[in-house]
Design a protein around this ligand. Structure first.
Ligand code: GCU
Length: 615
């Protein structure tokens, strides 16, 4: 077997990494599979003391052989006789919409952090016989314990990545019920940890579906151009089921006149490489997506995939071999107009549409994996994406469970989005304090990422500071720069560090021949609040800060991108200044309702020049 083939198999084996927690193997591209939606109204019971989960001795009820029917909410038990004591009743409970966070649906849940039980009853008619069924969640924030018809399926931690459980043979034609205990309590050892600068929206925040697949089905695949060869498509497929060995799977890309068969090995894995000449390469100016069909036993799994190469050369970032400037903006997954977590296609089109109006070809999805609609619509709209795991500020670097949790979220993010042309950068972390254990932690995250994906670039949002003994020499003293492909850092000169005038004398000392992205800068302004450019919180102050900052950054020779903080004002419990913040971080260049601030136009102007410069 040729060396290249062996290399490819090693690469592909690692792409399909097993997950660490108790959900089943991750099924990708659920939106193109046969599914039954469980979205809609779910009953809910608020349980701040987790009485339905722990007994009065704090014993976890679902580990008990005979959990109390009176209090174990996961049983969905109904009184059987007059004297049958049951202290909950989902049928009498109020409703919450799914997908949605609970905070923006009920006033009395606006600040609620804790456990809520969700209940959904449903009948189920399989679309055809001999199918397997999986219960799929797009995301649940933060910890979910999932039960079907009173039986525990498993649990999941991490509020921003998908998970699924096999439920084949567990469904009845009628009167099925799914129950979840969802707990968004913040914990120091969690990921993210106890403090963040965003709203801790709780709930079943993305789609819930029953996914129907064949007994042996295409669980996962990777179809992308080789890292630096725009004429070579690397393909790997993984089957899941009883008959996975020696199976023929065909990959069909009609418009590219590519049709190739592969045969799976004993693990149900098949890999190959295909020459592809004259591909219509995906690029922000030409977001071309090919129809790709992956076929096994007449079961066709369709996807739309763009082909592009992304790499660095010195301080250049090359898309299809051509140097680009990343005209970006940071985005939180929030729809400020409706309120609450964003989740839908419409939400994604609104947020990415605003970014397009700004002149962006790049977005940093902060600080956690956003819903799949965001990256699929970014594919369509030609917007490159930075995707990040919520390793944010000071998490427990020496806690192995914390590491496994972070790694699990990383693996799920990459597994879900590795076929998206728009995703060009995986980010390991944001503003994490330099220490040996922290750097070791992040290096392991980088190794996991490299083992899964050699196609994309790796970065993390680092921090700068003034070089000791100097007035305004800015340095990034962080060993992680050695291990990332792109050096990115957040800088708030003119906001958290002095006033905008300080930008004029700042000098950045960056001793790496790598591309530099400013992953955050900015300042707050209340939209419609006007005054002099020296007056804090006015649009004029923010406008002035942007003016000064952009001039300052232009002095960095390796500068190849910026993602100012942030597209739109967003909710944060840390922002309490009355009449200005009122629970909103006001650093948006647009208000939460979509009204542009003066800084919006400064940035748009700058992006017009950058587009010209890098055309
Ligand atoms: C930080 C952080 C953001 C935060 C921002 C701010 O850099 O990464 O999450 O919202 O600064 O202070 O507004």
């Amino acid at each position: 077997m040729r060396i290249k083939q062996i290399g490819l198999i090693v690469l592909m084996l690692s792409v399909f990494n097993g997950t660490l927690f108790s959900q089943d193997a991750q099924i990708i591209n659920v939106s193109n599979r046969s599914t039954v939606s469980l979205n809609g109204y779910w009953r809910y019971i608020v349980d701040p003391y987790q009485t339905g989960f722990y007994d009065y001795r704090q014993i976890q009820r679902d580990t008990q052989t005979r959990p109390s029917t009176a209090e174990s909410l996961f049983l969905g038990y109904k009184a059987q006789f007059p004297g049958d004591r049951v202290e909950y009743d989902f049928d009498k409970a109020d409703n919450l919409l799914v997908p949605r966070d609970w905070n923006s649906q009920k006033e009395n849940l606006f600040y609620y952090e804790g456990a809520i039980w969700y209940y959904k009853a449903f009948n189920y008619v399989p679309t055809s016989d001999n199918m397997r069924q999986f219960l799929y969640f797009g995301a649940v924030n933060y910890e979910a314990h999932v039960y079907l018809n009173g039986e525990k399926l498993g649990m999941h931690q991490g509020g921003f990545t998908p998970f699924n459980f096999e439920i084949t043979g567990k469904l009845k034609p009628n009167d099925n019920f799914v129950i979840l205990m969802v707990d968004n309590t913040r914990k120091p050892e969690a990921v993210p940890t106890i403090n963040t600068d965003w709203w801790n929206y709780g709930g079943i925040t993305r789609d819930v579906k029953i996914v129907e697949v064949a007994e042996t089905f295409i669980q996962d695949y990777f179809v992308q151009l080789a890292p630096d060869n725009s004429e070579l498509i690397q393909i790997s497929v993984r089957l899941n089921g009883d008959e996975i060995a020696g199976q023929t799977v065909s990959i069909d890309i009609p418009e590219a006149k590519i049709k190739v068969n592969v045969v799976t090995d004993e693990n149900g894995l098949a890999t190959t490489q295909v020459r592809a000449r004259k591909l219509n390469l995906w690029h922000p100016e030409n977001p071309y997506l090919y129809d790709v069909n992956i076929v096994h036993n007449d079961n066709v799994l369709h996807d739309r995939i763009g082909f592009r190469t992304i790499k660095t050369r010195g301080s250049d970032i090359l898309v299809n071999g051509k140097s680009v400037f990343l005209r970006g903006i940071c985005i939180h997954e929030e729809n400020g107009v409706r309120g609450g977590r964003a989740y839908s296609e419409e939400d994604a089109r609104m947020l990415l549409g605003w970014a397009k109006e700004l002149g962006c070809n790049f977005v940093r999805l902060a600080h956690y994996p956003h819903n799949e609609n965001m990256v699929r619509i970014a594919d369509e709209m030609g917007i490159m994406v930075w995707s990040e795991v919520p390793v944010y500020w000071t998490i427990h670097w020496e806690n192995e469970n914390t590491f496994n949790n972070a790694r699990n979220q990383l693996v799920q993010m990459i597994t879900r989005d590795k076929n998206r042309a728009s995703v060009i950068i995986w980010s390991m972390a944001n503003e994490t304090p330099v220490s040996e254990s922290r750097t070791a932690f992040l290096k392991r995250m980088i190794e996991t990422t490299r083992s899964m994906d050699q196609v994309r670039l790796i970065s993390a949002a680092l921090e700068r500071h003034t070089k000791p003994g100097t007035d305004n020499i800015q340095v990034i003293e962080d060993p992680l720069q050695e291990f990332v492909d792109v050096i990115s850092f957040n800088q708030y000169i003119g906001w958290y560090a002095g006033l905008p005038e300080r930008c004029a004398t700042a000098v950045f000392e960056i001793n790496y021949d790598k591309p530099v992205i400013i992953s955050e800068f900015g300042g707050g302004a209340l939209q419609g609040h006007h005054g002099s450019k020296d007056q804090m919180w006015t649009e004029e102050f923010q406008e002035h800060l942007y003016d000064e900052t952009l001039k300052m950054l232009e002095k960095i020779p390796q500068l190849r991108g910026i993602t100012p903080w942030i597209l739109a004002d967003f909710r944060s419990p840390r922002r309490t200044l009355s009449d200005i913040q009122d629970g909103w971080n006001r650093k948006g260049v647009i208000s939460q309702t979509g009204n542009r601030k003066k800084a919006f136009y400064v940035l748009r102007e700058y992006y017009l020049t950058k587009k010209e410069q890098f055309k």
